[in-house]
Design a protein around this ligand. Sequence first.
Ligand code: ZN
Length: 105
Amino acid sequence: MNRSVDLRHFLDERGALPPVDHPAHPHAVYYTQIVADATSCLDDPPSIACRCRSARRPCTGLLVTFPDPDDLAAIGWYCPVCHDGGTITGWQETLWDGTAVVGRS
Ligand SMILES: [Zn+2]
């Protein structure tokens, strides 16, 4: 399954996460984690747990994140266990855009 999302659709008008009780909140947290991982933790091992569930069991996979080779404005993510994955656009200059942070290693 390949989902394509625009991160801005999950954020409020200030570019922040929606309230915890908002239906978009869990998705916003998930996608912002992926963006932060892909843009600022290039050398780190995968750390984001896959949220996919099959047969009511949570997937044990850790997401692989990467710049989309076909579209440099998009971030790709992929679970090697359940093969869930997708792309995220609209992440530039959000709070989770690690490429915008100067002087951070
Ligand atoms: Zn998975």
